[in-house]
Design a protein around this ligand. Structure first.
Ligand code: 13P
Length: 255
């Protein structure tokens, strides 16, 4: 089955509301009607509204970087799925390694967020991946399997078809060290096989599995040519229009 490739920009804690809108306007001019690849931008919460306005009417979609699993309540500092939907977000990154490692998010918590996202018609971009120590110990696949099994508990097959998974080896994030195409494809193929077991063949064939970790225009074509690599979750290279647009066009296969 051919899956349309997806390039998602994770802006992390970068860009004010005004700077985010300016970047989004540049993206709209360059690829706002580009349909050979899907595009999602994930600004910080404070720039969601200005970016939503900037991309309105284009094919670029909006995602958040995190959310709480409850719809509302006494959760100081948190943001809920209905709040994101009200700002026209369609996607949400969940379980990023920075959330897991720096903010103590467990698989149990990530699972609650995944279920809440589906309940609110937000498509989760669920991040999984191993640390350097885990890779060196030969436990990469075990780690990824345990994350996916726990994070997807209770997700129905219908919901799973709308899932997006991002494989992000932690040692490749922001380090300039990219996984080789073979290393990445091995894990992506493993993930697709596991998703087939967990969610059935039909859903597993529809789920896009993105690679994330120092993906740049210079290394994108090789990664994106792998059978089970369906796009990228981009950090640093998403902060400038020129590199992000190049990645989108590498994914679409048409300059
Ligand atoms: P970099 O592209 O900066 O390595 O970040 C990857 C990432 O964490 C995307 O979520």
């Amino acid at each position: 089955m051919s899956r349309k490739k997806l390039i998602a920009g994770n802006w992390k804690m970068n860009k004010t509301s005004a700077d985010g809108a300016a970047l989004a306007r540049e993206l709209v001019l360059a690829v706002g009607s580009y349909s050979d690849a899907d595009i999602v931008v994930c600004p910080p919460f404070t720039a969601l509204e200005s970016v939503a306005t900037a991309i309105d009417g284009s094919l670029i979609k909006l995602g958040a970087q995190n959310m709480h699993f409850e719809p509302s309540g006494a959760f100081t500092g948190e943001v809920s799925a209905p709040m994101l939907r009200a700002l026209f977000a369609t996607h949400v990154i969940l379980g990023h390694s920075e959330r897991r490692d720096l903010f103590g998010e467990t698989d149990e918590l990530v699972n609650k967020k995944v279920l809440a996202a589906f309940k609110n018609q937000l498509r989760p971009i669920l991040c999984v991946g191993e640390s350097l120590a885990e890779r060196e110990a030969g436990s990469t696949l075990k780690k990824v399997q345990s994350q996916l099994e726990r994070d997807l508990e209770g997700v129905s097959r219908d919901q799973a078809a709308g899932l997006i998974v991002a494989y992000e080896p932690i040692w490749a994030i922001g380090t300039g060290k990219v996984a080789t195409a073979e290393q990445a494809q091995e894990v992506h193929a493993f993930i697709r096989g596991l998703l087939t077991k967990l969610q059935g063949e039909a859903a597993a064939q529809r789920i896009r599995i993105l690679y994330g970790g120092s993906m740049k225009p210079a290394n994108a074509a090789e990664l994106l040519s792998q059978k089970d690599i369906d796009g990228g979750l981009i950090g640093g290279a998403a902060l400038e229009a020129r590199s992000f647009v190049e990645l989108v066009k590498a994914a679409g296969g048409k300059p």
